[in-house]
Ligand binder design. Structure first.
Ligand SMILES: NC(=O)C1=CN([C@@H]2O[C@H](COP(=O)(O)OP(=O)(O)OC[C@H]3O[C@@H](n4cnc5c(N)ncnc54)[C@H](O)[C@@H]3O)[C@@H](O)[C@H]2O)[C@@H](O)CC1
Ligand SMILES: [K+]
Length: 481
């Protein structure tokens, strides 16, 4: 699992590291990493390094210092380097001296726009981990002139380092070079960061426990249930699906079909769509109600069940079974409006809630807001449940405080019924006995892969995502190192 650290923790770690390091050494290490990536980008986008031009946007702090030192290194490779100083009196003294010594120039206010517009590469050293809020107007005006690819130092300026939120003008980078550890912005707003390159500055020994996690493909591969020689259909976990209604039979077909595709264990269906479910998935044992369904190891409850009396009874029955439950869609609305339904649950039994933003607002009384991680963590604590917040980047919080961010793979999953497919995956992994937080994260990962594979460059339906689940699992197993 990859760790991600908040800026507070990075600062504390940096302070400990700085205490035992020669002054300036860390910055030069960081800047050297920036220069290597800048040269690579010039080569990629402008066909050469020597003779090409880079403009540095330099803010008031060490982030600007990194950019200035990187400029000095680029000069040694024959790059024409010019710096725009946003706060000339506060520009990093040694970095500025190094740039000037190397033959780099400092631009006047008047000449900056023209130079920025015609550069082969722009290096964003406006602000780093001390950033608060969007770009200020002077910086925003300069950024508007950029036509070239952008390399961000540590993070794209104007994007909140700890939340990835953009609440005004901000840089969009093609690549971001970060130092020592990934920060939340890199996983919460990958679009603004572009490719993220991590440069080792010797920080890892000082970091401590991560604040966020991201699954590696190896984690997903290791967690995905595979039948062993002594397994039968029951030992791999039986998934129960309570979904669908006369109005929404499709939700039942998608959620139960997804569970069928996820593992080779057994799937039971309970609800009013039993006939249509059997017709689509003959391998499912379908009954009319949870009471008649037989033994299952985890229930998916909610997609398409409606939010009235009957829906509430279905959810209460699932929660009362003493096995893990993934409550999705209508089940979330029921919990939001009638929280007493949760009384049916033994608090020690895992519950996974999978809201999108609207359902999250209904559930908690307010939308997730710019700090999505904080909001999901609080909801997990409040409901004593794993909460998976759907979105471009899916966030999964455990009541114990662990948070996982799932990498987006395009927007293919923004299609009707795609959530039903996700809930089936979560249910199947819960039934297989995975830790509920991991089950939700692994399901989100394979769901995103299935979206990407099912789409293959053109829009995909939820049924197409569902059909691509085996390919997604195959991909995970093939990519595992
Ligand atoms: N501390 C260290 O050991 C290292 C730090 N490094 C660099 O240092 C950076 C952090 O440097 P600093 O702490 O000096 O701070 P920054 O360079 O991130 O910010 C400098 C100042 O900009 C101002 N500012 C905040 N928000 C702004 C906004 N929206 N628009 C304009 N100005 C804004 C603030 O006054 C802030 O103090 C890191 O991101 C990284 O690039 C690297 O050199 C690696 C080593
Ligand atoms: K920056």
């Amino acid at each position: 699992m990859r760790g991600i650290w908040t800026t507070d923790h990075i600062r504390q770690a940096e302070e400990r590291l700085l205490a035992g390091t020669l002054e300036g050494a860390l910055m030069r290490r960081a800047a050297h990493g920036v220069a290597i990536q800048a040269a690579a980008m010039l080569d990629e986008h402008a066909g050469a390094v020597a003779g090409r031009s880079a403009v540095l946007l330099v803010g008031a702090g060490n982030n600007g210092g990194d950019a200035l030192w990187a400029g000095a290194f680029l000069r040694k490779r024959g790059v024409g380097v010019a710096a725009v100083l946003l706060a000339p009196e506060k520009a990093h003294t040694q970095g500025l001296a190094a740039l000037k010594r190397s033959g780099g120039r400092v631009l006047s206010v008047e000449e900056s726009p023209q130079w920025i517009a015609s550069a082969d590469l722009v290096v964003d050293g406006i602000v780093g981990i001390a950033a608060r809020g969007p770009l200020r107007p002077d910086a925003a005006a300069l950024v508007d002139h950029i036509a070239a690819p952008v390399l961000a130092v540590d993070l794209p300026s104007g994007v909140e380092p700890d939340t990835g939120a953009v609440e005004g003008p901000a840089v969009s980078a093609n690549r971001t070079v970060t130092f020592g550890a990934r920060k939340p912005v890199h996983v919460l707003n990958p679009e603004r960061c572009g490719d993220v390159v991590l440069v080792d500055i010797g920080l890892s020994g000082e970091l401590g426990e991560p604040d966020l996690f991201q699954l590696d493909v190896a984690d997903v591969a290791a967690a995905w249930p595979m039948p062993g020689p002594s397994d039968d259909k029951y030992t791999q976990g039986v998934t129960g699906v309570a979904a669908g209604s006369a109005t929404y039979p499709g939700a039942a077909v998608l959620a139960s079909g997804s569970a069928v595709h996820a593992t080779s264990g057994m799937v039971r269906y309970a609800g009013t769509s039993a006939d249509v479910v059997r017709w689509h998935w003959p391998e499912i044992v379908a009954t009319g109600s949870i009471t008649d369904a037989g033994k299952v190891q985890a229930w998916v409850a909610g997609p398409g069940i409606g939010t009235g009396r009957e829906g509430k009874d279905v959810l209460a029955a699932a929660l009362g079974k003493g096995v893990p439950v993934c409550a999705d869609a209508d089940a979330i609305t029921i919990i939001a409006h009638q929280p007493d339904v949760l009384d049916a649950r033994d608090p020690g039994t895992p519950l996974v809630l999978t809201p999108h933003d609207g359902e999250f607002a209904r559930l908690t009384g307010s939308p997730p807001g710019p700090d999505r991680v904080g909001a999901v963590r609080a909801a997990a604590d409040r409901f004593n449940a794993v909460v998976l917040l759907k979105g471009h980047c899916t966030i999964v919080a455990d009541p114990d405080g662990r948070v996982l961010v799932n990498a987006a793979r395009g927007s293919w999953l923004a299609t009707a019924g795609s959530g039903d497919v996700l809930s089936g995956l979560v249910g199947a992994l819960l039934a297989a006995g995975l830790d509920p937080w991991l089950a939700a994260g692994v399901a989100a990962d394979v769901h995103a892969r299935a979206g990407q594979l099912g789409a293959d460059g053109v829009p995909v339906s939820a049924a197409g995502v569902l059909a691509a689940i085996p390919d997604a699992v195959r991909q995970v197993r093939a990519l595992k190192p």
